[in-house]
Structures are given as structure tokens and as C-alpha cells.
Design a protein around this ligand. Structure first.
Ligand code: NAP
Length: 470
């Protein structure tokens, strides 16, 4: 170019093309962190296996917690950002391999969560009538992959329920099972879920903590709610609330533990009122085996003691609790994605500040955030900080030249590639059609929304809206 030639407008800075795999809170906060930074222009494809966004906000947070579920309105703002494209109904590993995905974008952030359940590892765990909390939660939140037949068969005879674990999921399950139909009527649960819960003969729910109340992982608001059920009384053995020196130390050091103990003490010594269901919190008790011939009939439990380090061990003192339904609520676990490393013990992808490690070495352009990065802990908001850390790592790699915006060779659009592969991506306007169909379905019964729970009905809502638009 000669000196007097017009250089024209400066060429636009190439955009950093990022695919985020998993449109739950971690994925959405990752997209948000990417769009909020000023260092490099971005284009984000937010991919999900389901045709719906929000992950555990939709299929984890209990439907009788509408205020918590309302966080989806805040999360939606990130989906609405012009630099973000929701690409639902696409499974990485099925519709597109990790390798193909990497070839199509400059960087990939995996935020696909921890969808599997942890096992108890005790005899009888696989008997009919023994459910993972993940299965029950998927069912009552209308997840399209929920195993309706198994859950509904177990619920139909569930007079005595034992829930194993004292985390917030265990309390969600206990509460939902102990609620009356009137208490659940206004939720977005699918109608068949409301009907099955109304028909379930639940009389007593026993929640088992293998350690003491000072080690329980539930939080106070969730605990307190158990005491506010319309037709169920919450029971605690006062002896379980007598603390040893180590437990006292925990109470002194942790405000949540102290508040939990205060709530539990209000209930200590309560007795069940006639004609009402009971929710019993039983600590220092661990399941040893599930009993029953062809289905669960009881749980053999063992009394435990907790040492100064907070470890539980059995005392040999056993007893049998009657149970028609056992719900194992002992935590989630991350699963493997083909071609992505996974630490099978932790159920997380090995990483350094969110940068995926392969054979211990950083793998440029591959990142993780959320539960698949740190394990299944924390509340929705915890993912915001977590996602920011990962995005800061990605931006550092861009600054260092390890990841180059516009570095991908082809300019094939990801959605075009997916369609060429035979996939049927659901985009933001399609999700809006599902959203509208759920609101319309809810309105037929005077509810704000009813969750569409089948793949077919979700995708039909998309097709019907597209047909109307033509
Ligand atoms: P969690 O808090 O880790 O609770 C798991 C429970 O299972 C613990 O009580 C644990 O006891 C017990 N457990 C583990 N293995 C066991 C075994 N072999 N035998 C008996 N008990 C066993 O997990 P979560 O309840 O699944 O919740 C996951 C995350 O989601 C948490 O961070 C939770 O706070 C969050 N969440 C929040 C809300 C809310 O904010 N409302 C609702 C739902 C979930 P030990 O402690 O003794 O291991």
C-alpha cells in the first residue's frame, strides 16, 4: 500500500468464539462473564442437551420454592444478550464430538454439571422402592428423561419413607413428600406429578444423618420450612442435640450450624399430633442394609459416634426402621464426557483455575466451571464467582496468545454444522415458544406455569410456534 492510499476503516477485531457446554447456572454465568468483559469481543454459543435452559434451576430447585426458581428471570438476561446464542437440544458426544466442537470455536468451557447420583454401597440398594434423590427430583420437576414408571410405582405404596442424607436435597425431598396437595397446587409441577403425590399414602418420613446435627449440610431456611408444613409435624430426639466439645466448637465457629441447632432445639421433645404426618430427623444413624424380598420393606440402621475430627463410626447397635420407599440423597456426581478427562473419584474434571488439565498439563482452549469443576456444592450464586475465575483464566490465555480470537480456520457457523450433522438445535426463539406453551398450559388450571415434561411436547411447542410464524 502506498503512503497516499486510503487505509479504509480499521478492520474489526476478530471475535473470540466460545462454546459453553451446559446452560445451567454455571454456563449462564460463564456467558455473562464473557459478555461483561471489555478485553476482547466475543460470540458465545451456550449449548444444552435439553431444549430448555437453566439446568438445576429448572430441574433441581424444588417447585415449592418459587422465589428461588425466580432466579431464572435474572439468568435470562444473559441469554438475551446479543453476543450469546442459546443452542439447545444438542448433545456433545452424540450430535458433535468434543473434537469437532473444538475445531468450530476458539475455546470451549464445559459447565455440564454433576447429573449422576452417588451410591451408598450397601446391600439392598438396588431393590425396587429404593430411589436416588436425583431420580425423584428429576420426576417432580418434570425432567423429560425422568423414569416415571419406577418413581410412580415406588410412590404408590410409600407409607413410611426413609431419606438417607441431611443435605438440602434431602430436606427438599422430605418436604415435598410431606406436603398436602393444596400446598403443591400452585407449583409448576406437571399434573401427573401432582396427582401421584396426592395419591401417595405418606404418613412418616424419617431423614437419616450418619453424623450429628453439627455436621449436617442443610441450611437454616430449608430446615425451618420443615416446621411450617400444613399437615406434618417435625420430630427430633433431644438426645441427638446434646453436643460434645468438638460439636460445640463447630457451633461456635459457624453461624449456620448455630442457627440450625437453635431451630432443632425448638422442635426437640415435640410429639406428633393425631391425624398428621411426621417428619423425623434422626442423627447419628447410618443405613447398613435395605431389607425386603422383592422390594424395600425396611432399613437396618446402626447407631454411630462421631470423633473429634467429625468422622462417624458404627457402634454395632442396630435397629430396623420400616420403609416402603428409601430415597438416597447422598450427593451428586459428575459423569464422563467422551474425550474429556475425569477424575473418577472426585467426579470432576482436573483443572487449574478452570483450565482443563490433560495428563497434568494445561490444555489450551479447554475450560471448566460449576459442579464439573469444583464438585456438587454451593448454591446457585456460588457459580457466579466460579465462572468469573474460569473466564479470567481464559482471558489470560487470550492475552498470552495461547488462545487466538478468530483462530478457527473455517467460518462455518456451529448451528449450520450441527444441522448438517442431522441435529435439530433449539434456539432462543424456540425456547420462548416452549416457555409460552408452559405458561398457557398453566393458565388452563389457574397456575403461573406447568412444566412440559416430555421431549415430544417440548419439541411440539417449538414446531407449532414455527408453523404459526410461517
Ligand atoms: P450434600 O449437602 O453434600 O449432602 C449429602 C448428604 O449425604 C450429607 O448429609 C452426607 O453426610 C450424606 N452422605 C453422603 N454419603 C453418605 C453415606 N454413604 N451414608 C449416609 N449418608 C451419606 O448434598 P445435596 O443435599 O445433594 O446438595 C448438593 C448441593 O446443592 C449442596 O451444596 C446444597 O446446599 C445445594 N442445594 C441447595 C438447596 C437450597 O439452597 N435450597 C437445595 C438443594 C440443594 P456427610 O456429611 O456425613 O458426608
Amino acid at each position: 500500500m502506498s503512503a497516499d492510499e486510503d487505509p479504509g476503516p480499521p478492520s474489526p477485531r476478530p471475535r473470540l468464539r466460545v462454546a459453553v457446554v451446559g446452560a445451567g447456572p454455571a454456563g449462564i454465568y460463564t456467558a455473562e462473564a464473557l459478555t461483561r468483559q471489555q478485553e476482547v469481543p466475543v460470540a458465545v454459543d451456550l449449548i444444552d442437551r435439553l431444549p430448555t435452559p437453566f439446568g438445576l434451576v429448572r430441574h433441581g430447585i424444588a417447585p415449592d420454592h418459587p422465589k428461588m426458581r425466580a432466579i431464572r428471570d435474572t439468568l435470562h438476561r444473559a441469554l438475551d444478550h446479543p453476543a450469546v446464542r442459546f443452542v439447545g437440544n444438542v448433545e456433545i458426544g452424540r450430535d458433535l464430538s468434543c473434537r469437532e466442537l473444538h475445531a468450530a470455536v476458539d475455546a470451549v468451557v464445559y459447565t455440564y454439571g454433576a447429573a449422576l447420583d452417588r451410591q451408598l454401597g450397601i446391600p439392598g440398594e438396588e431393590l425396587p422402592g429404593s430411589l436416588a434423590a436425583t431420580a425423584l427430583v428429576a420426576w417432580y420437576t418434570g425432567h423429560p428423561d425422568a423414569d416415571r414408571a419406577t418413581v410412580e410405582a415406588a410412590l404408590a405404596r410409600a407409607r413410611s419413607v426413609v431419606v438417607v442424607g441431611v443435605g438440602n436435597v434431602a430436606l427438599d425431598v422430605a418436604r415435598v413428600l410431606a406436603r398436602t396437595p393444596a400446598e403443591l397446587e400452585s407449583t409448576d409441577m406437571p399434573q401427573h406429578v401432582l396427582d401421584a403425590l396426592a395419591a401417595a399414602p405418606v404418613e412418616q418420613v424419617t431423614v437419616l444423618g450418619r453424623r450429628g446435627p453439627a455436621q449436617a449440610t442443610f441450611t437454616t431456611q430449608e430446615l425451618r420450612e420443615l416446621g411450617e408444613l400444613a399437615e406434618a409435624d417435625v420430630l427430633v430426639d433431644p438426645a441427638d442435640l446434646e453436643l460434645d466439645a468438638a460439636a460445640e466448637e463447630r457451633v461456635a465457629a459457624d453461624r449456620v450450624v448455630a442457627r440450625n441447632l437453635a431451630v432443632l432445639r425448638e422442635w426437640a421433645g415435640h410429639t406428633a399430633r393425631p391425624g398428621r404426618a411426621t417428619v423425623t430427623l434422626r442423627f447419628f444413624t447410618r443405613p447398613v442394609r435395605l431389607l425386603g424380598e422383592d422390594r424395600v420393606a425396611g432399613v437396618e440402621v446402626e447407631r454411630t459416634v462421631v470423633d473429634a475430627d467429625g468422622r462417624a463410626s458404627g457402634t454395632g447397635e442396630t435397629t430396623v426402621l420400616p420403609a416402603d420407599l428409601v430415597v438416597r440423597s447422598v450427593g451428586y456426581r459428575g459423569g464422563e464426557l467422551p474425550e474429556l478427562p475425569l477424575d473418577p473419584r472426585a467426579g470432576t474434571v482436573p483443572h487449574d483455575l478452570g483450565r482443563v488439565l490433560r495428563g497434568g498439563a494445561p490444555s489450551p482452549g479447554e475450560y471448566v466451571a460449576g459442579w464439573i469443576k469444583r464438585g456438587p456444592t454451593g448454591v446457585v450464586g456460588t457459580n457466579k464467582h466460579d465462572a468469573r475465575e474460569t473466564v479470567a483464566t481464559l482471558l489470560a490465555d487470550v492475552a498470552a496468545g495461547v488462545v487466538r480470537p478468530g483462530g478457527v480456520s473455517g467460518d462455518d457457523d456451529l448451528v449450520t454444522t450441527l444441522r448438517a450433522n442431522g441435529a435439530d438445535p433449539v434456539l432462543l426463539e424456540d425456547w420462548r415458544a416452549i416457555d409460552a406453551a408452559e405458561v398457557a398450559l398453566g393458565a388452563t388450571r389457574g397456575r403461573a406455569r406447568t412444566t412440559l415434561h416430555e421431549w415430544e411436547s417440548l419439541l411440539a411447542a417449538v414446531r407449532e410456534a414455527a408453523a404459526r410464524a410461517r
